[in-house]
Structures are given as structure tokens and as C-alpha cells.
Ligand binder design. Structure first.
Ligand code: CMC
Length: 430
């Protein structure tokens, strides 16, 4: 693994050898773990732009080529052919399941979809207009108060049961957060429906009326869930890993991931994109908003544009863009103008020097909200949809981390820029 050595020379004639770590693919990584011990210096890398925080065998991204693989499989192939639970199994266990393994996995997930009846009381503690992501953070965090029988993080079987529970219960909790918001009774999961259809049913059925999920809508949700399932060490996954590194319980770790995902620079962007498109309103206003995005004195950014890693294109956005047309052509076409506006905005931005120079392309969130809206899912639920899908990635990373013999508590260092040492001044003398 460490087949190369790099020599580092520091102040006062000090030097040390740094090992170069080579993954399966991707750039070499300098191992600086003994840097402070040997050289007495830290590294400084705000936002972890050049820093690998762990080893992982789950997801690979080549940002320059615009490639994304789950366990080696290109996202395009999975998006076209797999079911979400097929992908969930792949991310969790490392290989695509055999038919019998998938059937058993689906059965296990199906039989964990109900939530404890008393958990419903937590929803009622929230005001009706609470943002569903606020409800998600609270309710998912509270799961650790219910499922004591799977909380021994040192027991691999407990870890697996917790993982299954989270993947299974997330759609139930998500749909309940929506139902609470609109003041409708919660709908129980149905065992005759698959993962995505069951979620749609819990969202849109009422006790008064049967709901038959539209197969095209279910297919679109399946696809979006696959595209959002994992993205290696993004902010929320890193948050889950950091929380887990202190040996916190898995439900608490996933709740921390949900909190991190909510930010508009991360998963909250899909909601922000729709709000932005609605605010722009008409193609005649695009130039004004592009000018605002370029103005350094204006905090406005083109939401759904740019990515820390992708500097060519976001492969997920390419897939979603295509599906947008399919969904809008076949369903209620009321949101076509929004898609037209998005396409025009993309066209204008992609011809603008500012965006070209900085390699700012539409990301996964630029088009996902347009599809969700066409399916009748309200803006405030977009990031919740992201959270349901990403739970699989969070859980896979948490499981991988818990199995990693090199795992230690995450504890970054800092460059201290505060006051030098000074004497306490009693209140009367200040
Ligand atoms: N609109 C206008 N300017 C932008 C944008 C944007 N959306 N994104 C980046 N820039 C500019 C930024 O001002 C900076 O310019 P300069 O070099 O002149 O200072 C340059 O591009 C580099 O930006 P950065 O903020 O240093 O890049 P980053 O890697 O730290 O941030 C990002 C990545 C995704 C947070 C950022 O591009 C952004 O805020 N985008 C909008 C929010 C968004 O769509 N987020 C969803 C990300 S994809 C889903 C997910 O995985 O979470």
C-alpha cells in the first residue's frame, strides 16, 4: 500500500520521510499522520480541500472526468438497471446481491418499516408548520430511546440491525413529517408495496381513499434515490463519521448527518433551487440573477451550480436532466415552464466566463426538485427525500468505519488566532 516515500524538509534542518498511499484508483495520498510527532507542525486545510479523512471502499468519484462509481459500478448503469434496495445492498455489503439475497434483504427492510406507536407523540410536539427537516432531526435522534436491543455498537449484529432499521424506518418517518405538516393522519406502511411505492403511498394515501402510486412516479423516485444514495466523504457523511468516531449510537449519528444535510450548500440546495427558479420567474430576468451571482458584494449564488469535486460535469445531473423531460412529458405538465426556465438558465450560465473559468456546472440538485414537484412533492420535502436516500450511504460509511481497525476519534487541530496569555481582571477593575 505504501510503495513510495516522499522526503519533507522543515525548519532547523529537520526532515522526515512521508509515505505515499495509493488507492485502487485516484491520486496518491501523502500520509501525514506522524507529521506533528516528528516535525512539530500541523497542516492547514480549511474545508478539507486536499485532505483524505479516511480509507473507504464504498464510492469513488473522479471529479475531472465526471465519474461516480458505487463499489466499482458506474452510476449510469445502476441508475438504468437497479432498484434502490439492490443499490442499498451493494453499498452496505460490497457486492450486488444474488436473487435470494435481495429477496431476503427486501423482506428484512419491509418488516422493519413500522415505527413504535409512541414515537408518534414526538411528531405532535412539533408545531404544524415545522420544517420537515427539523422534525426529521428530532425524530430520528429519538430512535435511540426506542431500540435499545440494537445499540451495542461493538456487536456487528447489533450494528446490522440498526442499519436495517434506519433504512426501513426513514421513509415512514419522512412521510409522517409531511402528514403532520398538512394535518392528515399518518398512513401505515404496506407490505405489498416495494420501498419507493410504499413511501409514495404513505405520503399521498389517506384513510378515506385508496391511492395507487403512478408507476412512472415510482420509477422516478427509485432513480433519484439511487443517485442520492452515496457520495463518499461529503459534509453530511463526514459528520456521521465524526459523530460515530466518538462511539455515539448510530441513530444519533444519522440525526447529525440529517442536520448537516439540511444546509443550502449541501442537500438543502434542491429546495433552494426551486425557490430561486420561482423567484426568477421568467427568462427575461435571468441576466439580472446571473449578474447577482457574479457580484462578490451580493451573497446570492446560483443554487444548484458548482461542486467541490466535479469540475467537468456532475454525472447525476446529466442523468436527472434527461429524466426530467420524460417525467414532465408524461405527467401533469404544469411545471414545464419551470424546466424551460432551468434549461435557459443553464444555457446562459454555461456561456458566461465567470462560470466557465470556475468550472461551475449544474449539480444533482439543479434538476431533482423539478421532478419532485411534478410528482406532487412539496418544496419543503425535497431535502427530506435526499435524506431518505442518503441514509443508505451514511449507514454504509458508519458500518465501514466501525469495522476499520485504524478508526480513532476524529479530532482536528487548529491554528489558534486568539489573544495571547493574559491575566484575569476582576470585574470592578475592568
Ligand atoms: N454561484 C456563483 N458563484 C459560485 C457558485 C455559485 N453557485 N459556486 C461557487 N461559486 C464561486 C465562488 O464564489 C468562488 O469564486 P471566487 O473564486 O471568485 O471566490 C468559486 O466559485 C469557488 O467556490 P467555492 O465556494 O470556493 O467552492 P466550494 O467547493 O467551497 O463550494 C459549493 C462548493 C457546492 C458549496 C458551491 O459551489 C455552492 O455554494 N453552490 C451552490 C449550492 C449548491 O448547489 N449546493 C449543492 C451541492 S451538490 C449536492 C450535494 O452533494 O450536496
Amino acid at each position: 500500500m505504501f510503495d513510495k516515500i516522499m522526503k519533507l524538509s522543515g525548519a532547523e534542518g529537520r526532515s522526515m520521510e512521508l509515505k505515499l498511499h495509493k488507492g485502487t484508483v485516484g491520486p496518491e495520498v501523502v500520509d501525514i499522520s506522524s507529521l506533528y510527532r516528528e516535525m512539530g507542525v500541523f497542516t492547514y486545510d480549511p474545508g478539507f480541500v486536499s485532505t483524505a479523512s479516511c480509507q473507504s471502499a464504498i464510492t469513488y468519484i473522479d471529479g475531472d472526468k465526471g465519474e461516480l462509481w458505487y463499489r466499482g459500478y458506474p452510476i449510469e448503469q445502476l441508475a438504468e438497471r437497479a432498484s434502490f434496495l439492490d443499490v442499498a445492498y451493494l453499498l452496505l455489503y460490497g457486492d450486488l446481491p444474488q436473487q435470494s439475497q435481495l429477496a431476503e434483504f427486501e423482506r428484512i427492510i419491509r418488516y422493519h418499516t413500522m415505527i413504535n406507536e409512541t414515537l408518534k407523540n414526538f411528531f405532535n410536539g412539533f408545531h404544524y408548520d415545522a420544517h420537515p427537516m427539523a422534525v426529521m432531526v428530532g425524530v430520528v435522534g429519538s430512535l435511540s430511546a426506542f431500540y435499545h436491543d440494537s445499540l451495542d455498537i461493538h456487536d456487528p449484529r447489533h450494528r446490522e440491525v440498526s442499519a436495517h432499521r434506519m433504512i426501513a424506518k426513514m421513509p415512514t418517518i419522512a412521510a409522517a413529517s409531511y402528514k403532520h405538516n398538512v394535518g392528515e393522519p399518518f398512513i401505515y406502511p404496506r407490505n405489498d408495496l416495494d420501498y419507493c411505492a410504499n413511501f409514495m403511498n404513505m405520503m399521498f394515501a389517506t384513510p378515506c381513499e385508496e391511492y395507487a402510486p403512478d408507476p412512472l412516479a415510482v420509477k422516478a423516485v427509485n432513480l433519484l434515490f439511487i443517485l442520492h444514495a452515496d457520495h463518499e466523504q461529503n459534509a453530511s457523511t463526514s459528520t456521521v463519521r465524526l459523530a460515530g468516531s466518538s462511539q455515539a449510537n448510530p441513530f444519533a449519528c444519522i440525526a447529525s448527518g440529517i442536520a448537516s444535510l439540511w444546509g443550502p450548500a449541501h442537500g438543502g440546495a434542491n429546495e433552494a433551487v426551486l425557490e430561486m427558479l420561482q423567484e426568477i420567474g421568467d427568462a427575461s430576468n435571468i441576466d439580472k440573477y446571473i449578474a447577482r451571482a457574479k457580484d462578490k458584494d451580493d451573497p446570492f449564488r446560483l443554487m444548484g451550480f458548482g461542486h467541490r469535486v466535479y469540475k467537468n460535469h456532475d454525472p447525476r445531473a446529466t442523468i436527472i436532466r434527461k429524466v426530467c423531460h420524460e417525467v414532465l412529458d408524461n405527467m401533469d405538465a404544469k411545471d414545464s415552464p419551470l424546466l424551460e426556465l432551468a434549461l435557459r438558465l443553464e444555457e446562459v450560465a454555461m456561456q458566461d466566463e465567470y462560470f466557465i473559468e470556475r468550472k461551475l456546472y449544474p449539480n444533482v440538485d439543479f434538476y431533482s426538485g423539478i421532478i419532485y414537484r411534478a410528482l406532487g412533492i412539496p418544496n419543503s420535502m425535497f431535502t427530506v427525500m435526499f435524506a431518505i436516500a442518503r441514509t443508505v450511504g451514511w449507514v454504509a460509511h458508519w458500518m465501514e468505519m466501525m469495522d476499520d481497525p485504524q478508526q480513532r476519534i476524529g479530532r482536528p487541530r487548529q491554528v489558534y488566532t486568539g489573544a495571547g496569555k493574559r491575566e484575569y481582571v476582576p470585574l470592578g477593575q475592568r
